[in-house]
Structure formats: structure tokens, C-alpha cells
Design a protein around this ligand. Sequence first.
Ligand SMILES: *Cc1c(COP(=O)(O)O)cnc(C)c1O
Length: 464
Amino acid sequence: MLEHYEDVLDEAHARASDWLRGLATRHVGAQATRAELSAQLAAPVPETPTDARHVIAELAAALEPGLTASAGPRYFGFVIGGGLPAAVGADWLATAWDQNTFSTISAPAMSVLEETVRTWLLDLLDLPSEAGMGLVTGGQAGNTTCLSAARHHVLDRVGWDVEADGLQGAPTLQVVVGDKRHRTIDRSLRHLGLGAPTHVVPADDEGRMRAEALADVLAGVHGPAIVCLQSGEVNTGAFDPFEDILAVVRSATPDAWVHVDGAIGLWARASSRRHLTEGIEGADSWSTDAHKWLNVPYDTGIAFTRHPTSHASALGMSHGASYLVIDEDARADAINWVPEASRRARALPVYAALRSLGRQGLADLVERCCDLATRAGEALADADGVEVLNDVVLNQVLIGFTDGGDERTSRIIRAVQEDGTCWLGGSTWEGRPVMRLSVSNWATTPDDIDASVAAILRCAAETD
Ligand SMILES: *Cc1c(COP(=O)(O)O)cnc(C)c1O
């Protein structure tokens, strides 16, 4: 058996090592256009077999010019984490072992590992130890999973079995969101048949939901309700004021389910910035990403719910999941906690990341990224013609240019991307195009930040 794999894995290892070796020094952006890549790849279906080692070598050579160094230390676009070495190694094993982790029968070792990951994460994030957990593909699937549990829970409370009877004829379910929610919340609601949010609560100038505005909104909300909060706004990194908001919700609509989209910011809870998340433990569900700040390779997100029975009733394989509470084997089947059936061993890279970091290393990773964002923000704010538009409380910096109008901002962003020292993207804040910098990589150093700030200022100076 091995002889069929050895050559090809050696080739893949060599290509991967070359790539990782060059990650910190190469041009951060892609160097080939779509047309150039198509010219390499858009061939007719091959009629005959090709040697496996050759397939890997050819593929790597053709694709590498079109890759971005997004796992490298000077990629600050979107919110993209790198890959911790232990997590990348574990992910390779996940592929070689090729376990189908939907159940404890199909993948006993992975089922046990996933339970350890659940216990560790709930401990590190200081969330209720009885919480249900699903390892899903990302923050989007995390939101869908949590909101699916929410939909079950609030309708069950008024005697409606949504799994059996669907939403047609169901009691009206009201969904309250913040003005600066991530758009994946709307998409999850659509996928769940809930349509657009029924109430949008205004935000303050950092993008935080305003608690007193929520109180006004909830005065008009009766019956089943879901309230969606946010831990780490994707532009500013801001946190909703959880303590104030939870107090408002619990007094106005005690039966509402409170969901927190914590794709970025839930990790602050495992660091010295924990105070930003104070009160978050009072929510009913929390979703986060592992491929962002935990720095595991794509793709893994995590859905936690306070109510395991509702979680498994909504997601489980069979209708009516109360048996899960008494049946340990059924509880150990991952299929009952996620939307997928067959799935890869997502617990492996997550376990390896946490094992290699430890509690201290995780706190350091989060704090280091936040400190580096502050360093970048301070250096940029000191420069003429540049302003930092947010209060840098986390790892996100919003950068505006004071001269030349909106078009010049886009030109500067393009110039920075072409320069290749670092990669930043654009966003819109309060109707204004801005440049966004997100520090989410374990390998980023102060020197990376200084070189990147110098490149941004150089590009700005050269752009009319
Ligand atoms: C990134 C992000 C998401 C979506 O996560 P994916 O991993 O891309 O699915 C949701 N919410 C927030 C706040 C995010 O930053």
C-alpha cells in the first residue's frame, strides 16, 4: 500500500515546505491574473491517467503564482489567521487517517478527541461546562447551527414542533439584530426560513448595539424571539455591551434566546482582554471561528449552545432528540450537533493548536495580535493625512486618508497591494471607503508591523 503513497507525499511535503519557507518573504499578493491561471489550467478532460507524483508537482507549479501569502505574517486583509505548526501537522494526519467523524462507531478515537476539545474550549472560554458543541466549517455555519437551536427552543416553549411542522402556520418568531451585525447572520436567518430580521437596533459610533435602543425595541416584542449580539465587530473589533444588554433582554423578554456571533472576539475571553466579554456567559449560544484567531488551517468554526437538548433536537439525525440526554453513545455522535453528516476530523487541528499553545500561549497569541494592532494604529495616526477611525480595542484598525476623497483611498489600497510588502483590503465605515488592517497571525512580529506601516505611508505619499 505505502509504495503508492510515498512518492506523492514526498512531493507534497517538498512543495509545502518550499511554500512555508517563502511565506514571510514573498510578495504577499497573488502574482498571476485569472487569465494567466486559466491558460495553465483550463485544459480539456485528460483521457488517460497521469502519474500521481507528477500531478502534484504540476499542480503546485501551475497554481503557486496565483496563491496569496494569506497565512503569512504580513497579510492583514479580511480577518484571516495563519496555521500554527502543530495544527498544520495535525491536519495532515487528519487527511492521511481519513476518518469519517460523523459517529463514535465510524471514528471512535475522533469522537473521544472531540469531547476533550469541547471540555477544553468551554474551560478556556469560561462558558457553561454542560454546553453542547459542534465543530462546523466556519463562523457562518456556527451562526446557522446556533440559530437553528434557537429556532427550535423558542418555538418549543410555545408548544410548536418546528422540526415536525415547519414554519408554515407557526407562531411569529421575531428576530432582533444590531445595525452592525455581520452579514452572515442575515444569511443564516434566510437559510432557516426566518427571512429578514424583524428589528434592527441602532449602533453607537464603534458599531456596538445601544442597550437603551434595544430596550425601546423589545418593548414592542411579544412571543418567541431571538436576539443576536456580536463579540468583535468585523471593522472596529468592538464588543456589544453584554452585561447591559443581557439585563435588558432578561427583564423585557425573559424567554428570548440570545445568540452571540463571536467569530473574532470570543477569543478575547481567553486573554487579558476578557473584560471586553463580561456578561457574555449569560447568552444562550455563542459561535466562533477556529480558522481565524486560533490559527488552525481552513476550515473550522465552533457552535456552542447552553441548551444541549434544544441543540441536538434541532440538528440531530432523528426527530425528537430527548433520547440523547440519556444515551451517552448518541451524545457522542457528532452528527447530532452539526448540519453535516460525513465530515473530516476537525477536532484534530483544534486539539493540536490548543495542546501546543496551552492556556498561556492562547492568551499570548490574542494579546500579541492586539498589541501589534495598537502599534500599527499609533504609528499610522501619527502620520500626516492619515487617521485611525476606530478605538483599537482588539486586533482591528480602520484607516482613513484625509486628503483626495474616496477615490484616492481605493488607489492607495491598490498601490499597497501591488507593492507586496503587506496586503490590506478596503471596507466601508459610516458610508466612507476605508482601509482595514486585521492582525490575526501567530507569526506576525513588531518588525512586520513597522515594515508594513512604512509601506502604507510610502504608497500613500506616492498616490495623488
Ligand atoms: C468572519 C466572520 C463571520 C463568518 O465566518 P466564516 O468563518 O467566514 O464563515 C461571521 N461573523 C463575524 C463577526 C466574522 O468576522
